[in-house]
Design a binder for this molecule. Structure first.
Ligand SMILES: *Cc1c(COP(=O)(O)O)cnc(C)c1O
Length: 372
């Protein structure tokens, strides 16, 4: 079977043919035509958060993590102190990269099956005035839990602390309005809910803090202030841009706008989520999170209790039926994850559930009921 599989993962995602076709052309990185694509894309991305008045948009080569690292390096002075509320794997990654760049990081642990509590962050900021910044993961992709961005932003604003948001897996799907939510930096990437291909990230930086960022970064390639100054001056990226990724993202954003923007994207993903959890529920599977704290982005399911279950075999059998699942990221519990995002809708989700049912039959597992 040489058809593309449907990617039920947190990225890379299934993209449209139109987005793929946009990559069949070569572009000169210095050329005015390509500079125009970059400029228009930056402007369209600012539209999505209503951020033209308050923020600039700085794109960066690399996977999403590169941009998180760049945002911390650029925003946090070397003597800064970062608080990282931690309810999952991506929070831990953010804390680790902060520490590795020589910034002081304090990790504040929360349960993996609950959102970060804004009141506790408030207490912590009150208790430790040396903290300069908070790094918040909006949707913790390790489990799928949605953290309370608006509340945390209010807490940071009240204490006069900088807020850096990893909105990688939520941007474009969950509402984020820079007119109402105060953040110093917000990071997302091409290959997630905007349904582009992977290869670049982008960071919204609050204009009010931009100038003070000069000289913070210990890395040349990761310096978003430098990238911004150069791009404003020349219209070009500082170093070789991922040209095909940029044009694909521009094409993906055009389709995002045609679909109806963020509300339409959220509605489609919420539909995908419903089809998935209803269908999997009928097969006996149980989600790890309570529905009220679950974002319609990626769902963690408990593994079936049946002794014949083995993730590798389960994965291979689902793949043979055209669907790419994702392993779990919890250390204590056996789980697997299924994404609801990408250029897919009700039909694909229904087919995915049918493929899982068929996979269980092949493995001799009567249903997906977990051990609890
Ligand atoms: C995908 C993702 C990232 C970036 O991961 P990369 O593999 O570097 O693209 C960072 N944070 C969150 C919450 C994510 O979902």
């Amino acid at each position: 079977m040489d058809r593309d599989r449907i990617l039920l993962t947190p990225g890379p995602l299934t993209t449209t043919l139109r987005t793929k076709l946009a990559m069949l052309k070569d572009w000169g990185s210095w050329d005015a035509d390509f500079n125009a694509v970059t400029a228009a894309l930056r402007s369209r991305l600012l539209d999505i958060v209503h951020g033209h008045d308050s923020h600039v948009l700085v794109p960066l080569q690399g996977s999403g993590t590169f941009s998180v690292e760049a945002a911390v390096a650029t925003l946090v002075p070397k003597a800064g102190h970062v608080l990282v509320p931690d309810n999952g794997a991506y929070c831990k990654r953010a804390a680790k990269l902060t520490q590795m760049m020589g910034r002081k990081a304090t990790v504040m642990p929360f349960a993996e099956d609950a959102p970060v509590a804004a009141a506790a962050v408030d207490e912590r900021l009150k208790a430790d005035p040396s903290i300069t910044h908070v790094v918040l993961v909006h949707c913790e992709t390790g489990t799928g839990v949605e953290n309370p961005l608006a509340e945390i932003a209010q807490v940071c604003a009240r204490h006069g602390k900088g807020l850096i948001v990893d909105a990688m897996s939520s941007f474009g799907a969950l509402p984020i309005d820079a007119r109402h939510i105060r953040f110093d930096a917000l990071v997302a990437a091409s290959g997630k809910c905007l349904e582009g291909v992977p290869g670049m990230g982008f960071v919204f930086i609050r204009k009010a803090v931009l100038e003070a960022c000069a000289g913070n970064s210990q890395s040349l390639a990761m310096d978003l202030h430098d990238q911004h100054v150069y791009m404003e001056k020349t219209g070009q990226w500082r170093f070789t841009p991922p040209t095909h990724v940029v044009v694909a993202l521009a094409e993906a954003v055009a389709q995002f706008v045609e679909e109806g923007g963020q509300p339409a994207r959220l509605a489609r993903y919420a539909g995908n989520y419903r089809t998935l959890v209803d269908g999997m529920g009928a097969l006996g599977f149980k989600p790890f999170l309570k529905p009220e704290i679950q974002a319609p982005i990626i769902v963690t399911f408990h593994a079936p209790a049946h002794p014949s279950y083995d993730f590798k075999r389960f994965y291979a059998a689902a793949k043979q039926r055209g669907f790419i699942l994702y392993p779990g990221k919890l250390t204590q519990l056996e789980t697997f994850r299924v994404g609801c995002i990408g250029a897919i809708g009700h039909n694909e989700m229904q087919q995915a559930v049918a493929a899982v049912a068929d996979t269980l039959r092949e493995m001799g597992i009567p249903d997906g009921t977990p051990a609890l």
